[in-house]
Each structure stands twice: as structure tokens, then as C-alpha cells.
Design a protein around this ligand. Structure first.
Ligand code: G4P
Length: 286
């Protein structure tokens, strides 16, 4: 689901998260492993106000593993605890409570030194729409309970979801807006399906995706669509469009007269890319 974010929504979303920060020990910041910076809220450091944070690169099953490793290092170098995850299959979820304990070790040691009981760690998941917040919540809860709407401004009674005995999650995740200031960010989000391409022009989105794949993963594109030659000049739009047309011809996206229907071809390219038919692809490198 796509939200149109306006300044009022952003302020409200921010206030909602700030109110929840008082209830929790730590934040789980969910990013898309394929585009960790583009899927990151631009004001996240300010909003989270030094709350201990575990960064999770989700959808790692769709991302290029070599690039994901580089991103893990990137965030570690910035002093963050970071984990990769495939929330859809559950791969990696079990590590979350363990990492949470590492993150909060100092606080927990202090409580122990004072002879206080350890209570469950309380956490809030935050992230932009579609990054996998509900999927992760359901995974951690072990059952399907978090059918949340992506509606800024909608509040429900707060409930805690138990994750084993050592962790509790606020049932409604914090929904954040992505970066908008850079056009490339919008295209990267649209290529991966994080925002609907209808907001942008589908052919433009597919063009952006095709150009990127030609530059970084040509062999996979060539194999999948039986293409011979990469675009002669990547910066010449006609050369990239020729590749899109060749793909369209392979997939039978033709109009009367035999010309390629570029809109249909664009939809095919995006569908196959998002479904992982071109293999694991990252749209952004550190
Ligand atoms: P949100 O709450 O942050 O808005 O995101 P949500 O959990 O609804 O997830 C958005 C989409 O991303 C869902 O797909 C979900 O299945 C998928 N997803 C979440 N985590 C992962 C992951 O780690 N790997 C992969 N491959 N997909 C993930 P959908 O198309 O909206 O629904 P459906 O395909 O589950 O029916």
C-alpha cells in the first residue's frame, strides 16, 4: 500500500513514534537490504533520539549477497548493531532477541548488579511502508496477528506481543516516510516495488531499472531474455530503450503492426525483476 506523505502526516508519524519511545528499551529499524539508504527515513537519527537500535536489512533473500555483506560492514563501521533477515521465510528472526540482549547488555548488567530482576526487553519496529514490518511482527509473534494498515494517524490501543520470554514488541510498528528529495530514490523504491510505479511513469521506472541492470548485472539480463549485446552507450536513452524493446519482443508485447508495446514490456521487466527472476539484485551499493 502506498501512502501519499504530506508534511502533516510526517509530523504525526514522528509524534507517534516519539510517544512510543517512552515505552520501549530499543528500536528495530527495518531497511530493505536491496537499497538500505533509499529505504531509510532521512530524519531517523533525530527521531530515535539515541534510543538503542538494531538495524535489520530485510528481504536479504532478494538482495545481492556480496553487496549485502558490504552494507553490513558499512553500518558496523558507523557503530550500529546490524542483522540481515528474510522475514518472509523467517530466516534470521531467531537471532533478534539474542542481538537485542547484546545491544542492551550495559543496562541489563546494571540492573543485575543492583539485584533487580531482568524484565523482557521492550522493542518497537520502525520502517517505511512495505519494508516488512508486519511480516516480521508476525514471524516474531509466531502467529498472524499484526494486520496493520499503512495509515498514518491511525492509533490503536497499545498491546505488547511476546517474543519468547525475553522480548516484547509493541503491536503497531512505527511507519516512517522514505526520502523524497532525490529522484533516484523514488525510482529505486519503485523498481523494487516499495512504492507503486503508478505514482511515477511505469516506462520511466522500467527504464531506470533496465539501465541499472545493464550496468551492473548484464549477464543475468542477457541470459534471461536471450540478448546478444549490451547497450552501446548506457547514457544514450535510445540504446537502453532498444534493450527494453528486445525484451518486449521476446515476451510477445506487441501492438498491431508489430511494434513493441513499451508499456507492456516495462511491466514485464519490473514484474520479473521484483519476483527475483533475474536473481538476487541490489539497487544500491555502499
Ligand atoms: P510493512 O508492514 O512494512 O508495510 O510490510 P509487509 O510486512 O506488509 O511486507 C510487504 C511485502 O514484502 C509483503 O509482500 C511481504 O510478504 C514481503 N516481504 C516482507 N519481508 C520479506 C522478506 O524478507 N523477503 C521477501 N522476499 N519478501 C518479504 P506482498 O507482496 O505485499 O504480500 P505477499 O507476497 O506476502 O502476499
Amino acid at each position: 500500500m502506498t501512502i501519499q506523505w504530506f508534511p502533516g502526516h510526517m509530523t504525526r508519524a514522528r509524534r507517534q513514534i516519539e510517544a512510543k519511545l517512552k515505552l520501549i528499551d530499543m528500536v528495530v529499524e527495518l531497511l530493505d537490504a536491496r537499497l538500505p539508504l533509499s529505504s531509510r527515513n532521512p530524519m531517523i537519527d533525530e527521531i530515535l533520539q539515541n534510543k538503542p537500535r538494531l538495524i535489520i536489512l530485510n528481504k536479504a533473500d532478494l538482495a545481492d549477497p556480496v553487496i549485502t555483506d558490504a552494507w553490513v560492514q558499512y553500518f558496523k563501521d558507523q557503530g550500529h548493531e546490524v542483522l540481515t533477515l528474510d522475514a518472509a521465510s523467517g530466516q534470521g528472526t531467531r537471532e533478534i532477541p539474542e542481538r537485542a540482549k547484546v545491544l542492551l547488555k550495559e543496562q541489563r548488567d546494571k540492573r543485575a548488579a543492583k539485584g533487580m530482576n531482568q524484565r523482557a526487553i521492550r522493542a518497537l519496529i520502525v520502517g517505511i511502508p512495505n519494508v516488512g514490518k508486519s511480516t516480521l511482527t508476525n514471524r516474531l509473534a509466531g502467529k498472524s496477528i499484526a494486520a496493520t494498515g499503512d495509515r498514518p494517524g491511525v492509533t490503536k490501543g497499545q498491546q505488547w506481543i511476546k517474543v519468547g520470554t525475553e522480548m516484547e514488541l509493541l503491536d503497531t510498528p512505527g511507519i516512517l516516510w522514505p526520502k523524497f528529495e532525490d529522484q533516484g530514490v523514488g525510482y529505486r523504491l519503485a523498481v523494487t516495488g516499495a512504492i507503486r510505479e503508478e505514482i511515477l511513469n511505469v516506462e520511466d521506472v522500467a527504464y531506470f531499472g533496465t539501465k541499472y541492470i545493464c550496468e551492473h548485472y548484464w549477464d543475468r539480463l542477457a541470459e534471461r531474455f536471450e540478448l546478444d549485446e549490451p547497450p552501446q552507450d548506457m547514457d544514450n536513452p535510445n540504446d537502453v530503450v532498444e534493450i527494453m524493446e528486445a525484451i518486449g519482443r521476446k515476451r510477445g508485447c506487441l501492438m498491431s503492426g508489430g511494434r513493441v508495446d513499451l508499456e507492456k514490456a516495462s511491466k514485464v521487466i519490473l514484474r520479473e525483476l521484483r519476483a527475483g527472476k533475474l536473481g538476487r539484485i541490489s539497487m544500491e551499493r555502499p
